[in-house]
Design a protein around this ligand. Structure first.
Ligand code: PBG
Length: 327
């Protein structure tokens, strides 16, 4: 056979395959979600997310130590407050669950990078992501409480805030509030293209944030749309976002690609709870190889253009990257 082109030459062994990889990743690009429950002492497994835990304020440093042991140096915090009301006032309480969790982490691990999820749904008694007016979320009233919440996180020592509410104008509102209070150097990671997705199911069970009526389609994006994601990203860039995000990840690889091609900002992807839980369940049923599916999913997200990844698999992926099995 006279074959000049034999792509298999570069696939012959591990050494040459590793050398020729087009997608490079490192544990530096991983962010681990930590759930802190104000009513909890110690650690409690999360039923809807096999292998994940709720941490009490007395044990949140344990979650950080586990991250550090695997070489994961960034987290995103989610809070379960002891009390909820119509406007979610526990979200911006100076001594609220997130504010205290940040202080506990920073007292012991000042260099561990703490990002906070900024949203109202875990703090409102109706479970929607903002202040209600009738059965609708009032955009402009919600901007005030989001800004207050973000400011209280930063005042408690958060390194970065990540608004996930999908209100219009929230990046500008939060940026202004942070700047007016002297926090001009605190970056904002925007959940720019966040879709109204069924993949958040296990998270809502874990965070106690299932809406008591209706759904989130009035503020989160329609999965049919791509140009709208570009518009959301463009608005966030204009309003001063430092990092853009697409969420969920695996069912939205085209959106990650389009948005990372179109904008110069770093691009984050969120491999959400349903993506994780499906792999876990399929593996538990003996249907797939969990480790390989985890690795392949992460590679595909970075290959699509993500520069960083929020994932419940952060620790396991960091190990895989260190071994050179991916990355
Ligand atoms: C809060 C928020 C949600 C997630 C991250 N921040 C839930 C939602 O929007 O309903 C989902 C994360 C996941 O599923 O892992 N608004």
């Amino acid at each position: 056979m006279e074959l000049i082109n034999r792509p298999r030459r570069l696939r012959r062994n591990d050494a040459v395959r590793r050398m020729c990889r087009e997608t490079r990743m490192s544990p530096d690009s991983l962010i681990y979600p930590i759930f802190v429950d104000e009513t909890l002492h110690g650690v409690r497994p999360i039923e809807s997310l096999a292998g994940q835990n709720h941490y009490g304020l007395d044990s949140v440093c344990q979650a950080v130590e586990e991250c550090l042991a695997h070489g994961v140096n960034h987290c995103i915090l989610f809070g379960l407050p002891k009390s909820k009301d119509a406007c979610g006032s526990s979200a911006w309480d100076e001594h609220g669950v997130i504010q205290e969790a940040i202080r506990a982490i920073k007292a012991k691990y000042p260099d561990f990078y703490v990002i906070t999820d900024v949203c109202m749904c875990e703090y409102t008694d109706h479970g929607h992501c903002g202040i209600l007016c009738g059965h609708e979320v009032d955009n402009d009233k919600t901007l005030e409480v989001l800004s207050k919440t973000a400011l209280s996180h930063v005042q408690a020592g958060a390194d970065m805030v990540a608004p996930s509410d999908m209100m219009d104008g929230r990046i500008a509102a939060i940026r202004r509030t942070l700047d007016e209070n002297g926090y001009t150097m605190t970056p904002i990671m925007s959940y720019s293209a966040k879709y109204a997705s069924a993949f958040y199911g296990p998270f809502r069970a874990a965070a106690g944030s299932v809406p008591s009526f209706g759904d989130r389609k009035g503020y989160q994006m329609d999965p049919h749309n791509c140009r709208e994601a570009l518009k959301e990203c463009a608005l966030d860039v204009e309003e001063g976002a430092d990092i853009l995000m697409v969420k969920p990840a695996l069912a939205y690889l085209d959106i990650i690609r389009e948005c990372s091609d179109a904008f110069d900002l770093p691009m984050c992807a969120y491999q959400v709870s349903g993506e994780y839980a499906m792999i876990k369940a399929a593996a538990a049923a003996g249907l797939v190889d969990e480790y390989r599916i985890m690795c392949e999913s992460a590679v595909s997200i970075f290959r699509a253009g993500a520069n960083m990844l929020i994932t419940y698999y952060a620790k396991e992926l960091a190990d895989a990257m260190k071994k050179g099995e991916i990355g």
